[in-house]
Design a protein around this ligand. Sequence first.
Ligand SMILES: [Zn+2]
Length: 157
Amino acid sequence: MLKLHPSVAGRQSALLHLAELFIVCHELGHFLNGDLENETRFCAVDGNPWLQRFEENQDHAIEYAADATGFGLLQEVLTTLPTAYTPQNALQSVIIVFNLFYLLTEGESHSHPNPRSRSVNIARKYFGEEFADTVQKSYDDPELLRSLFPQPESRSA
Ligand SMILES: [Zn+2]
């Protein structure tokens, strides 16, 4: 059994909370982008004529757009919290979310882009092309994540 230093446990917990918060912000992004206003995008759920579901965009454009809006929202929320989170912390949480989605979905689906491309897309929009390229390359070389997200001073045991 391992026991994490409280500062490490705190960072781990914060990133998980930010990851959950990003998912909520993504959904709000759909709302703010007007995705839910187009009635033609809703279709009946089989066997439940009283229930409709939102038909996802097949070219994935609205998912990328909701990611971008959601990431902007997440950064705004972070400025209201007493703990000092950085935009890099927010991106770390996004990478956590999309790596999890990648493991669950094994990539692109009919309705959603490849989760890894979603992380890279957000990195490109908010951190620039070079940063995004390094995020992309980190999927083949995870050590690159250390250059993108330097860790606080390591603690001696
Ligand atoms: Zn979505």
